[in-house]
Design a protein around this ligand. Structure first.
Ligand code: ZN
Length: 481
């Protein structure tokens, strides 16, 4: 069947047709349609058997299941995630709801950005009871709905073990962000030198000799000379993490079936990453013939979830320039995590990296969904807002936040028109930001929330275009991206 014929059949069906989705391959036509609030694929033609669904009047109606996402990928490879190697500006758009990617597609329109639409950490998956297969399927259906053919990546974010890597790659992730924080002695930055000396002396002689020959009594690129004390501390803090990274990298190489982008993240540490630490880590990876696509140091200042950067912007810029020099020296990109809403640093990040950078966002798309709820379903927002306030302390186990809940105006004293303002106040933003998992677990919230979002999907896309579009605009200005 031809696409035109399928559309004609659908025209009389009373179903809403997502016009941009219509596509054909291998004598098979597929269109995304909506019946009331339920979306499905309408399939007709030779390969309809690839899909699971119900036949009605010559059209097979197929639910948005993970199996049907895989079938879609067979017909239309652009709906499957792929490596972002070779792309200059790459950006992660985590979508905890499975609803946001269509808005993200529109937010990057007109920019030369390679998006990583599927991006979740194990923590996010656990809190939302989703799997990597679920998030990749959601991204695939959104991409198809929008007729977006520019390619996208899937990031297994903050993976810590080989088991987690295996899980992510098995589900189709094309990027691994390795989080080495459990192999970093988080307290060591504060240890007295005597303690560092003892710990260093306990390392195998070959390890010590390796580091001393490479880094002592030498003028090193970018960072100059390293003192023996500094080197010992770096080795004590990071040696185990470097070994873990090397080990995991080789493991990825062994089990991967497609190209995989490898990012090393050392951002979830208690102290900021010094240039000397970054240089030694970069050099050790280089000596092990590992070229990560990106490295995420812990930059100076506070990058808290869902709110603006807090800290000394000039100190950040000075620091960032040196980290960029190190990244250039070893041939990878810097990666900025918790990039949601950090408008104060975006301009510097874009300028210093010349747009050769990876930036991750996630929670801010959930907050935009809650802004829509505040606008169109005030009763649900009020209920959710109070629940979030009551349960914030539980979510604080997973997320470090510093805003003060006593600064949040009492919602019982506000009219409905004011409610969207809660999504601009830092304290209420963070409260709603970190309690997404708890909220989405409540049946009273879940059902009405998803119904509200389905009824107002265009409002959600518009909110994402405005808000993520602002991220993109400031990050890419002047770089011709
Ligand atoms: Zn991170």
């Amino acid at each position: 069947m031809e696409l035109r014929a399928l559309k004609e059949l659908l025209a009389g069906s009373g179903l809403f047709v997502y016009e941009k989705s219509a596509d054909e391959a291998q004598n098979t036509c597929v269109v995304m349609v909506r019946n009331g609030l339920d979306k499905c694929l309408a399939v007709a033609g030779e390969k309809a058997d690839l899909f699971e669904g119900k036949e009605e009047g010559g059209i097979k109606f197929c639910p948005l299941s993970n199996e049907n996402a895989a079938a879609l990928g067979v017909l239309f490879p652009y709906t499957k995630p792929a490596s972002h190697k070779g792309h200059k500006f790459t950006m992660g758009f985590g979508d905890r709801l499975g609803l946001a990617t269509a808005g993200h597609v529109r937010a990057i329109a007109g920019h030369d950005i390679y998006p990583v639409f599927a991006q979740q950490s194990i923590r996010e998956l656990n809190l939302t009871h989703r799997t990597f297969a679920d998030i990749i399927a959601a991204a695939a259906f959104n991409v198809f709905q929008e007729g977006y053919k520019g390619g996208y990546g899937a990031d297994g974010d903050h993976l810590k073990t080989k088991e987690e890597i295996k899980y992510a790659l098995g589900a189709g992730c094309t990027m691994v962000t390795l989080d080495c924080s459990e192999h970093i002695d988080q307290q060591a930055a504060a240890y007295p030198q005597e303690k560092i000396d003892v710990m260093y002396a306990e390392l195998p002689e070959a390890t010590r000799t390796h580091y001393e020959e490479l880094y002592l009594n030498k003028e090193l690129p970018i960072i100059g000379r390293l003192s023996a004390d500094d080197l010992k501390r770096i080795v004590v803090v990071f040696h185990d993490a470097i070994e873990h990274a090397t080990d995991c990298y080789h493991y990825i190489d062994e089990i991967r079936t497609v190209d995989v982008d490898f990012e090393l993240s050392i951002d979830e540490t208690l102290t900021i990453t010094t240039p000397a630490e970054h240089f030694v880590i970069g050099n050790e990876l280089h000596l092990a013939h590992i070229v990560p696509i990106s490295v995420a140091p812990h930059f100076s200042g506070a990058f808290e979830k869902g709110i603006e950067y807090a800290g000394d912007l000039n100190a950040f810029a000075r620091d960032f320039v040196v980290h960029q020099e190190i990244a250039d020296f070893f041939g990878y990109k810097l990666s900025l995590h918790s990039g949601s809403d950090k408008f104060a640093v975006f301009s510097t990040v874009g300028k210093v990296t010349k747009g050769h950078v990876h930036v991750k966002t996630a929670g801010t798309s959930w907050l935009e969904a809650m802004r829509v709820v505040a606008e169109v379903n005030p009763d649900l927002y009020r209920h959710a807002h109070k629940f979030a306030l009551e349960h914030r302390h539980e979510a604080e186990k997973y997320y470090h936040v510093s805003t003060d809940v006593t600064e949040i105006p009492n919602i019982d004293l506000q009219n409905d028109a004011y409610l969207p303002e809660y999504m601009t106040l830092a304290a209420s933003r963070q409260t709603v930001h970190i309690t997404y998992g708890l909220l989405l677990e409540q049946p009273w919230f879940r059902e009405e929330f998803f119904r509200t979002m389905a009824e107002h999907e265009e409002d959600y896309y518009a909110a994402l275009v405005r808000h993520l579009g602002k991220h993109v605009r400031i990050l890419t200005a002047e770089n011709g991206i």
